[in-house]
Design a protein around this ligand. Structure first.
Ligand code: HEM
Length: 503
């Protein structure tokens, strides 16, 4: 039987189309980036200096909001503008929501935590569990605990101002221990669990820095013993492992011993765990499942909040005029006879502006975010983004982008207040909180963190004067402005002076 001409034509067209598509794909170039050396790629650029400076130099040099870097054969895509991050991580989040960090996940025992989990059913199930608890329309779930923790913090700071950083850690730790595990805020001040969460978070922070964990790019390195020169990543993973075990089991087991016998959850304050146990169906029946989500929340929510509040104190030292202006607003709206609470939030725009300006400048996860992994090849602005590329958000550049934030190196809360009507510029506020991440991986604790920090900032400014510390000889101590090259980079040590301004 003769072969129909139409069929022949169809086969020919499909073949030509296939060749064209393939040819086109491979012809597309990668985004611009530094020339890479054989084997190590661009690793040499990233050693011994804060990554975000290097990223920003590349951004300027290649005049591109997307830069490609090769680290030992792996493709890294650095996003330098909010527009690029929104387009890829939000609008195309279906393929930009996975994670990497394999060594840490296995050797460091971070596998149970959805923070580092690849995108997929397990991550979705864990993430879904926290949606309700941290829903911004449901603030009652957390605000009362935040208020209580803040009031305790004020008392402690009044008693021993030199222990400011410890008090901050106690406040953030007790708030989240209470919201997640149902502990009474007052009973879990100075908790050992908080220290574990702080140490455990270091694993994420260190491993998320480009070039820090080469073993993720060169998998055979995982067989190198820890005593071998340069294999410190093995010892580090072992070190974090012990904290991860404690975070996973410690608070949960303690809570269980205290409150829960069998499935009797009465006596347990309403909290994330009690809600999950209350549901007691499907995945929620699985104790390990609930425990893992709870520990991820605790891990993600302690250190981040503390570091942001440290940045707030630093800003108040550097910009005393902003502190004064905020205190005038508080005096005028609230007076000196009571402390602020959440009902005052809408009436204090300048405090809201201080919170957002602190977020914009804070050197925490907000410098580089947590990397996302691309699960399919993609094209952006004509550039090819290979499958399995690791995407890093250069928050440092985004938060200092003149197009969004005029005079970006100055701490200026007024930028969020529209001169025309004195109202907050909601669009700019939103851009300043991009440090909570993007798309499906956006920080689930964002609204809780913002409200906890808001009440802390409003209350501190109502009661205390913040200034530079003075030493034993009465000399003013200038705050150190050196920042560590980690994802979470508080100044390497700033002391502040705290003076009570009201009784
Ligand atoms: C100032 C405070 C905080 C900052 C700056 C912050 C920032 C971030 C960032 C940048 C990410 C990665 C987002 C992405 O991949 O695009 C993240 C993820 C996460 N955060 Fe936060 N966070 C804060 C507070 C909190 C709090 C209070 C909690 C818990 C209640 C929390 C729990 C988590 C968890 C569990 C993840 C992993 C989400 C996932 O991978 O699906 N964070 N956070």
């Amino acid at each position: 039987m003769p072969f129909p001409v139409e069929l022949l034509f169809l086969c020919w067209s499909v073949t030509v189309l296939y060749i064209l598509v393939r040819f086109n794909k491979t012809r597309r170039s990668l985004p611009p980036g530094p020339l890479s050396l054989p084997y190590i790629g661009n690793l040499r650029y990233l050693i011994s200096r804060p990554n975000w400076f290097t990223y920003t130099e590349w951004y300027q040099k290649y005049d591109s909001d997307i830069v490609h870097v090769n680290i030992a054969g792996s493709s890294y895509i650095i996003l330098n503008s909010l527009e690029a991050a929104t387009e890829l991580l939000e609008r195309r989040s279906g393929i930009y929501s996975s994670r990497w960090g394999i060594h840490l996940r296995y050797a460091g025992r971070y596998k149970w935590s959805f923070v580092l989990m690849p995108y997929g059913p397990e991550w979705k199930a864990q993430r879904k569990l926290c949606t309700n608890m941290f829903n911004p329309n449901n603030p009652d779930e957390h605000e009362s605990r935040e208020l209580k923790a803040t009031r305790i913090f004020l008392l402690k700071l009044h008693k021993s101002p030199n222990d400011l950083f410890q008090h901050l850690l106690d406040m953030a730790g007790s708030t989240i221990l209470s919201i997640v595990y149902g502990f009474d805020v007052a009973a879990v001040q100075h908790s050992l669990h908080t220290v574990n969460a702080e140490e455990g978070a270091q694993g994420f922070l260190q491993a998320s820095i480009l070039g820090n964990f080469l073993v993720d790019d060169v998998p055979w390195l995982r067989y190198v013993p820890s005593w071998f020169p340069g294999a410190s990543f093995q010892a580090q993973a072992q070190f974090w492992r012990k904290y991860m075990e404690k975070i996973l089991h410690g608070p949960f087991d303690e809570m269980k011993n205290h409150f829960v016998s069998e499935r009797n959850i009465s006596g347990l304050e309403s909290c994330f765990i009690s809600q999950c146990l209350g549901k007691a169906s499907g995945e929620c029946d699985d104790e390990m499942f609930i425990k893992s989500v709870a520990a991820s929340l605790y891990l993600g929510g302690t250190d981040t909040t503390v570091t942001t509040l440290k940045s707030f104190f630093l800003a108040m030292i550097q910009y005393p005029e902003c502190q004064k202006k905020a205190q005038q607003e508080l005096d005028c709206i609230i007076g000196r006879n009571r402390l602020p609470d959440f009902a005052d939030r809408d009436t204090l725009p300048y405090i809201e502006a201080i919170l957002h300006e602190t977020m914009r400048r804070a050197r925490i996860l907000t410098q580089n975010g947590l990397p996302h992994l691309v699960s399919e090849e993609d094209v952006y602005n004509g550039y090819r983004i290979p499958k399995n590329s690791i995407v890093i958000t250069n928050m440092w550049a985004m938060m200092r982008d003149e197009r969004n934030f005029k005079d970006p190196f100055t701490f200026n809360p007024d930028r969020y207040i529209r001169p025309a009507d004195g109202q907050l510029d909601l669009d700019l506020l939103k851009r300043a909180t991009a440090g909570f991440g993007f798309g499906r991986r956006i920080c689930p604790g964002k609204h809780m963190a913002l409200s906890a920090m808001w009440i802390a900032i409003a209350s501190i400014l109502s009661v205390f004067e913040i200034s530079k510390a003075v030493d034993e000889n009465g000399q003013v101590i200038e705050p150190s402005m050196k920042f560590k090259s980690t994802l979470q980079a508080p100044s390497q040590g700033h002391r502040v002076g705290i003076k009570k301004s009201v009784e």
